[in-house]
Design a protein around this ligand. Structure first.
Ligand code: HMG
Length: 367
């Protein structure tokens, strides 16, 4: 088997057709809007109308990624979809997406589940499959897609959102995914959704601690034996899974504190390398598996070949991994940015009363 050059050859993104500013939710819940805007760092919640679901979201991101790739459907040998918005306990979401795309043949098709970490696992598996030679030079289609909804009135409600990212894993024209990643997992019930239940059960405070522990362990492993601040400096961007932007700020500051950086150094690294990558996440809300990869897609825009991006993935339960990506010759084109720009420009605005209506129709559908 021959080892082939591997990485991200094209990117497609999709946000659903509706959004609500968090101030509307604050008014509905009788909460000071600054709690959501400043306390959590949230801006907008992406929402799906009743007739629009996870298959539409994932399939459109996949179509967009395929449209920017110079291969044919016959050149795809794997479709892997990371999600926690599964529509069936047996039939994988990949089968629903493949049906939409007309993807049939000698194809490994499956769904990957590990809360928000599922998309990262799907991407890693696709890269490893190609690099092992088992792919026989076929490409993989990887999708990370989720709709994040909490029970009405749940403290997680302002962090809701939705979004999808698709990658064609082939030659690394946009980025190489480095093989030298670092993992940390530790079983916990911080956030989980038992079979048959519509909404997650969340131990909010525990989830923050688990996320922070995972970040410290992964960043420590990444920097082992080297000066941690110098390791950070070599990245053009440091991306995180973004349940809400303040979580990322808290975790990065803890990583810096543990590494012994001065408060000024932490703030400088955060402002230059972490915060800018969350621009699209502020407009999507938490999109679970897609969240980190929306940040990475934002950070890759315009990079020169050889520039590096760090990507910290976290999924409740919990599992985490830090990866590095190296920009390829087509990162500078950033043609995927237009997906977000168009979706944002076209999407409808939902106010508090429309949100109430929307939630009652979602509840009916889920029942
Ligand atoms: P809460 O308990 O309502 O919020 O929910 P709080 O009372 O802790 O307040 C939040 C922050 O707002 C605090 O700041 C307050 O001081 C501040 P902090 O002390 O933390 O810096 N605040 C204000 N600021 C300005 N003006 C005001 C004001 N009032 C308060 N007037 C919680 C917070 C995160 C627990 C909740 O939103 C939640 O349960 N979210 C869902 C769980 C979550 O996102 N966890 C994150 C880590 S786990 C993860 O990332 C995995 C996940 O994506 C799922 C997966 O893997 O599939 C969730």
């Amino acid at each position: 088997m021959t080892r082939v050059e591997t990485g991200i050859a094209s990117i497609g993104l999709h946000l659903p057709p509706l959004a609500m500013p968090v101030e509307e939710l604050a008014a509905l819940r009788g909460v000071d809007p600054d709690k959501y805007l400043i306390g959590l760092g949230c801006s907008e919640i992406s929402l799906c109308p009743p007739e629009f679901g996870i298959v539409d979201l994932a399939s459109e991101a996949a179509r967009r990624a395929l449209s920017r790739w110079d291969g044919e459907l016959e050149d795809i040998g794997m479709i892997a979809v990371g999600t926690e918005t599964a529509v069936d306990m047996s039939r994988p979401l990949s089968a629903f997406v493949a049906e939409e795309l007309g993807l049939v043949g000698h194809i490994r098709s499956y769904e990957v589940k590990h809360a928000c970490y599922g998309g990262t696992l799907a991407l890693r598996q696709a890269c490893e499959w190609r690099m092992s030679g088992a792919a026989r030079d076929k490409a993989a289609l990887v999708v990370a897609a989720d709709i994040a909804l909490y029970e009405q009135g749940d403290p997680g409600e302002p962090t809701q959102g939705a979004g999808a990212v698709a990658f064609v894993v082939d030659r690394p024209e946009i980025a190489t995914v480095g093989l030298d990643s670092h993992t940390w997992s530790e079983p916990a019930f911080d956030f989980y959704r038992p079979v048959g239940e519509s909404y997650p059960r969340v131990d909010g405070k525990l989830s923050l601690e688990c996320y922070k522990k995972a970040a410290v362990e992964c960043f420590n492993a990444l920097a082992e034996g080297r000066n941690p601040a110098e390791v950070m400096e070599r990245f053009s961007a440091i991306c995180f899974h973004v349940p809400f932007p303040k979580m990322v700020r808290k975790a990065f500051h803890l990583v810096g504190e543990v590494a012994g950086w001065s408060a000024e150094k932490v703030q400088q690294l955060y402002s230059e390398k972490v915060e800018p990558s969350m621009l699209w996440n502020r407009l999507s809300g938490n999109s679970y598996t897609a969240s980190l990869w929306i940040a990475v897609a934002n950070a890759l825009q315009g990079l020169k070949p050889g520039e590096q991006v760090a990507a910290f993935s976290y999924g409740s339960g919990f599992g985490s991994e830090i990866l590095s990506l190296i920009a390829g010759p087509r990162a500078k084109d950033a043609d995927w940015a237009q997906d977000i720009e168009r979706d944002i420009a076209r999407r409808g605005r939902v106010d508090a009363s429309a949100y109430n209506l929307l939630r009652s129709s979602v509840r009916t559908a889920a029942a």
